[in-house]
Design a protein around this ligand. Structure first.
Ligand SMILES: C[S@@+](CC[C@H](N)C(=O)[O-])C[C@H]1O[C@@H](n2cnc3c(N)ncnc32)[C@H](O)[C@@H]1O
Length: 281
């Protein structure tokens, strides 16, 4: 594989998605892009880079970026953040908002929707606490392919076996051959939109609670800082941010602070209402 072509590909990926493709990831390029290159009858990476550099290569460039993203996800991933959302965040935000004001939850980098739907199931199960409070769950991702699957709400046996409690499977899914289809009740609680975390996402509006998990790990420090600043700009002072287990704001931004005693849970810094989260939660 030519070093020049690899660097050009890495630069394209970084500019378009923030993903960092280190030299140790050459194998990934071969496994992820091999089938596409075969389909397009492109024999080497240099040929692919030349093709996507032309005006007519835009569609191919998008496809390359999507193929290079890692879409691993599963229901109730890591457990704890969802537990905190259920027992603390959603109740506190509900109590703090006037009647009639929807609570808005953002699953940023939502992949195939399991994170957003896990949150929707928690909200559905919390009806006794939330009453008729509307909770809007919005999932965004840069990959159109994962968004299409998220919208469909159909998961394989393997996917529903990863993290989804059996009672919720029985209650909210219907078996369709080898697959499981999510009920309309839960599916309609979440909507999915294309959204690049490097772009201007202000049109999405403000979110009380943000799950941005297992995506910052693929970015460099500067990009992490930029994405966290974008998120902070779209949250109220008393909002809650959840990051993945291997992610942190420490040394990256001072726009968020860890909520003490809660791994991976953060609050915006500086606005009125921030700073007293642990006791309130
Ligand atoms: C590993 S998945 C994480 C899914 C889910 N948040 C979870 O924790 O299970 C990472 C997702 O981030 C998306 N992604 C990568 N770069 C992105 C960007 N710049 N903007 C939006 N989504 C991005 C990928 O397409 C992928 O679906």
């Amino acid at each position: 594989m030519s070093q020049v072509a690899f660097s050009a590909l890495a630069s394209l990926l970084h500019t378009r998605s923030g993903l960092v493709l280190g030299p140790d990831k050459m194998y990934l390029v071969e496994t992820r892009l091999g089938p596409l290159m075969k389909r397009e009858k492109i024999t080497d990476l240099g040929g692919l880079v030349s093709r996507i550099s032309t005006a007519a290569g835009e569609v191919l460039a998008r496809e390359v970026v999507e193929l290079m993203t890692t879409n691993e996800t599963f229901f109730f991933r890591d457990g704890k953040p969802f537990e905190h959302f259920k027992t603390a965040a959603i109740k506190r935000i509900h109590a703090a908002r006037p009647p009639g004001q929807p609570i808005r939850v953002w699953s940023a980098a939502c992949s195939t929707g399991q994170e957003a739907y896990s949150l929707a199931m928690i909200v559905a199960e919390a009806k006794a606490v939330l009453g008729d409070r509307k909770v809007e769950i919005v999932g965004t991702d840069l990959s159109r392919e994962v968004l299409a699957k998220a919208r469909e709400g159909v998961y394989s046996q393997f996917e529903v076996q990863r993290g989804l409690p059996i009672q919720l499977l029985m209650k909210y899914f219907k078996q369709e051959g080898q697959n499981w289809r999510l009920s309309d009740t839960i599916r309609n609680m979440a909507s999915f939109r294309e959204g690049n975390l490097l772009g201007d996402l202000r049109a999405l509006g403000r979110f009380d609670i943000v799950f941005c998990r297992n995506v910052l790990i693929y970015f460099d420090q500067a990009t992490k800082g930029r994405v966290l600043a974008t998120i902070a700009g779209q949250m109220p002072a008393d909002g809650v941010l959840y990051l993945g287990g291997a992610e942190t704001v420490l040394g990256i931004t001072d726009r968020f602070a860890a909520i003490s005693g809660e791994r991976g849970v953060y609050e915006p810094v500086g606005g009125a209402g921030s700073g007293a989260r642990t006791a309130a939660a």
